[in-house]
Ligand binder design. Structure first.
Ligand SMILES: *[C@@H]1O[C@H](CO)[C@@H](O)[C@H](O)[C@H]1NC(C)=O
Ligand SMILES: *[C@@H]1O[C@H](CO)[C@@H](O)[C@H](O)[C@H]1NC(C)=O
Ligand SMILES: *[C@@H]1O[C@H](CO)[C@@H](O)[C@H](O)[C@H]1NC(C)=O
Ligand SMILES: CC(=O)N[C@H]1CO[C@H](CO)[C@@H](O)[C@@H]1O
Length: 378
């Protein structure tokens, strides 16, 4: 690198290292999470200050200290409407500052979540775009284009992007619902466009594969793999994803210590088993069998009577801290996609506020029941 270029790079906040680049060989198969620190979002940490104060007000110093540890855990940044695009700029600025301070490579987790006719089966999380009002055109021009430009310009960081939670799984199992049938071609084209627009060496795409209690049933596995393959093919020749993400915003354990009765007939009774079940079907379709698994919140044994319970499930705790030590060769990392403490909606645990609003009692419970690995970190 010439000196002038080097200076420009430094002022742009890049880490410049004399070490040889770890760029994967063509066709290489490198887990992007290895050796990187998951980006801890200061905006989420700020919300948890309230939780810390609540413990201190009760004289509960031990749990207040635990909150400080939780605030350092990496979580994904949600970009769920055009007005949220600024969250990407903020995350990039904070991650660069952290990278400069610690001299450790950051991997920034982002969620891309704004399809037209979103959440066609439940309607709980319907978004701002509608296919009958040029939603797909707006999605491409005013959401995907600036999204891609922002991450493309931050080559000094690594990104893991979760593509459209809760979308394609509906096309596998909910085509009997009119809105889902209508949304199907829009979802496929939208996600294919996102994939095609985000092809950069420092950007790793994970398509949503719902969770074990949904697509993990034996008869759904091949149908899911076919649907995913169709969308990747639609993105165009040579367009790649890194893999799949499971259990976004859900509560399934990765490695269940207790097998719940409601999973009796499924081979996908925790998310590790689900990844293992789905992997061969993905390979048959020529897709990469790599997974990340959301463990932002995990229910305690016996908390649910049915697998379908998804709303402010209690008792739950923050799950295992993000790690690449997954004991499962198809799983790149455990991650925290859903930032715990934001309500799933006015359902589940008593007193729950509207979806997305801070639910401090719930956050306090997550801290108390958090997985010990959250506090083993230095
Ligand atoms: C499953 O059902 C059995 C028999 O009804 C019961 O003894 C056991 O406690 C249940 N397990 C869980 C995890 O709820
Ligand atoms: C992997 O296995 C080790 C050793 O049994 C265990 O301590 C660890 O918790 C496991 N990791 C996960 C993510 O389950
Ligand atoms: C699950 O955890 C147990 C106990 O910590 C460990 O022995 C086992 O290897 C883990 N399994 C997986 C798939 O991580
Ligand atoms: C992305 C995803 O799979 N979301 C699902 C998580 O699990 C709950 C409960 O089964 C579903 O309602 C969500 O749609």
């Amino acid at each position: 690198m010439r000196l002038s270029v080097l200076l420009a790079a430094l002022s742009a906040g890049e880490i410049v290292s004399a070490a040889p680049s770890s760029k994967p060989l063509p066709g290489g198969d490198v887990n992007p999470f290895v050796g990187k620190t998951p980006f801890a979002n200061p905006k989420w940490a700020a919300k948890l200050d309230q939780t810390k104060r609540a413990f201190l007000a009760k004289g509960d110093v031990a749990n207040a200290k635990k909150v400080s540890k939780v605030q350092q855990v990496g979580t994904f940044v949600w970009v769920s409407r055009r007005a949220d695009l600024v969250n990407i700029d903020d995350a990039i600025a904070s991650a660069r500052a952290e990278q400069r301070r610690t001299r450790k490579k950051q991997i920034v987790g982002l969620v891309l979540y704004n399809l037209p006719d979103r959440d066609c089966s439940a309607g709980e999380s319907a978004g701002e775009l509608h296919s009958d009002q040029d939603g797909l055109g707006i999605y491409k021009r005013e959401f995907i284009k600036p999204y891609a430009e922002k991450v493309a310009a931050a080559k000094d960081l690594t990104f893991a992007i979760v593509l459209e939670p809760d979308s394609l799984a509906n096309l596998v199992t909910n085509m009997g619902i009119e809105l889902c049938a209508k949304a199907a071609p829009v979802y496929r084209e939208g996600i294919a466009h996102a994939i095609a627009s985000l092809q950069y060496d420092h950007v790793h795409l994970y398509m949503d594969a719902a969770h074990g209690g949904w697509l993990g049933w034996d008869q759904n596995l091949p149908l899911a793999a076919k649907e995913f393959a169709e969308v990747v093919k639609l993105a165009g020749e040579g367009k790649k994803i890194r893999g799949f993400v499971t259990n976004v915003s859900n509560y399934n354990p990765f490695n269940a210590t207790v097998r719940e009765n409601y999973t009796e007939w499924s081979n996908s009774w925790d998310e590790s088993h689900y990844a293992t079940s789905l992997a061969p079907f993905l390979e048959t379709e020529g897709l990469p069998a790599h997974f990340i698994v959301d463990q932002g919140r995990v229910h305690l044994p016996g908390a649910r009577k049915e697998w379908g319970e998804w709303c402010n499930v209690a008792p739950s705790g923050f799950g295992p801290a993000p790690t690449t030590k997954t004991n499962n060769t198809v799983v790149d990392a455990l991650v925290w996609v859903k930032p715990g403490g934001e309500s799933d909606g006015q359902c589940g645990m008593e007193g729950a506020p509207r979806a997305g609003e801070w639910f401090d009692e719930y956050a306090q419970m997550l801290v108390k029941n958090a997985h010990p690995s959250v506090f083993d970190r230095h």
